[in-house]
Design a protein around this ligand. Structure first.
Ligand code: GLY
Ligand code: MN
Ligand code: MN
Length: 440
């Protein structure tokens, strides 16, 4: 196996960023304590995977800038034929250097002895502050140096959250990440198309979920990005509906929100279509309002645009269209000022997408007003407006009640605009009716 050059570049960036007299300690996900014979393994920590490409749990990566040529040290599980016979292959220390590019590799069992010596003389320790056990380990290793203070050893004084650096890095995807996100979007799209074609009145929601899962796994994505949402009729008005056990009724819409994880990267697509292949007049009107909004927001995407502008545009367009349909009443500016869309569109326009489905990276550059992040070449985000008219919505003509529509695509920011990574799933009313219309 060849050492991954993209990962080397990420490590180099991190080393440069933290600078001399610093150490970064990055923890892998921990092997779950419950019995491993019956539970599938936990997923690797995304930051750890991003910086190492190392999928094995129970590992610690240490980065020390300027430490001659040995700047990257990996602690991981030791080879153990008996354990490997039961629980699978371990990379071990030799291959950690050869295949994963570690400058030095040690068994995890040596970490308690070695880490205090590696920390010694550093001013700053960078680590992810999210985990209590990890925090405790950092304190333990630091305090192990305390008795050496009279020998002239200074304790580290700066404890810095490394996620400020790693999460900013992860916002802009490199070419390898874009390739994997493209593939995740393509498989997710194929799964949606399959579910659209399979849908018939009287099926159960989970039967469509099975179609999605079949396509995911068939194409190499064993795990969905989140519990798939297959929501018939008014179930679509529950944003995180996941029971998926109701019957799909002739005359209803079905909202599917699902995506796959491909090689650690997430896809996330929503489509809404008629169970019987034909939109009613009301369904058509709401669908078109959401689609018009989604297309306009996508069209606005290019480097330099602030993320919040997409949010505001979606709120404006949905309010305007709810007014045109008579679902909202009054003056447009008053309705906008009152955020009158919120009972019908209560979530955000989308989120960053990457190793995590709701990917890391702040939406504001600083914690002050008017510092919303500008889109940059290589960022990937979802655009997913929706309109949900709950069955019990007050002051709404009953013909609209129980209609819920969301349309979601995965978008790469390009030099001059955008690329829709999930474009292969039909989206216009005509395309959808052509695909789903039941021929008999
Ligand atoms: N269902 C999660 C999302 O679309 O963000
Ligand atoms: Mn989604
Ligand atoms: Mn999403």
């Amino acid at each position: 196996m060849k050492v991954n050059e993209n990962i080397k570049k990420r490590q180099k960036y991190l080393l440069d960023k933290i600078g001399n007299n610093s150490i970064a300690i990055v923890f892998a996900a921990k092997e779950p304590h419950y019995h491993r014979e019956t539970i599938s393994p936990a997923r690797q920590d995304s930051d750890f995977y991003y910086l190492t490409g190392f999928a094995e749990l129970d590992a610690i990566a240490v980065f020390i800038p300027g430490r001659s040529e040995d700047e990257y040290i990996l602690f991981s599980q030791e080879k153990n034929p008996q354990e490997e016979q039961w629980f699978g292959f371990r990379v071990g220390q030799e291959r950690a250097c050869k295949d994963y590019g570690a400058d030095q590799a040690y068994p995890l069992s040596q970490v308690e002895d070695m880490l205090p010596a590696l920390i010694k003389g550093q001013e700053a320790i960078y680590f992810n502050m999210n985990d209590h056990d990890d925090q405790a380990a950092i304190m333990r290793w630091t305090q192990a140096l305390q008795h050496q203070e009279r020998s002239g050893i200074n304790m580290p004084t700066d404890f810095i959250d490394i996620s400020k650096i790693t999460h900013a890095m992860r916002l802009v995807k490199d070419s390898e990440e874009i390739g994997l996100l493209r593939k995740a979007a393509e498989i997710s799209a194929a799964a949606h198309l399959r579910a659209m074609q399979a849908c018939r009145p009287c099926m159960l929601e989970y039967e469509l979920e099975a179609e999605l899962m079949y396509e995911f796994i068939k194409q190499g994505g064993r795990v969905p990005s989140f519990e798939p949402i297959v929501a018939g009729g008014a179930n679509a008005c529950v944003l995180h509906y996941s029971q998926n056990n109701a019957e799909l009724k002739d005359g209803d819409l079905v909202l599917i929100d699902a995506g796959v994880i491909y090689n650690y990267y997430a896809g996330d697509i929503s489509r809404t279509f008629p169970v019987n292949g034909k939109f009613s007049a009301e369904q058509r009107a709401i669908y078109q309002a959401v689609l018009t909004t989604q297309l306009a927001v996508i069209e606005a995407i290019k480097p330099g645009v602030e993320w919040i502008e997409l949010q505001r545009l979606s709120e404006h367009l949905i309010t305007e269209q709810l007014l045109a349909l008579g679902i909202l009443k009054g003056d447009l500016n008053d309705l906008l000022a009152a955020k009158a869309h919120q009972p019908f569109y209560m979530h955000k326009i989308g989120h960053w997408l990457g190793l995590d489905c709701h990917d890391v990276g702040s939406y504001k550059e600083q914690a002050i007003e008017d510092s919303w992040r500008k889109l940059e070449l290589g960022m990937v985000l979802t655009v997913e407006p929706g309109i949900y008219i709950a069955p019990e919505a007050a002051d709404v003509d009953k013909k609209w009640l129980g209609i819920g529509v969301r349309i979601e695509d995965d978008i790469l920011v390009t030099e001059n605009g955008y690329e829709v990574l999930s474009a292969a799933v039909p989206k216009t009313i005509e395309e959808i009716e052509n695909i789903t219309r039941i021929s008999n």
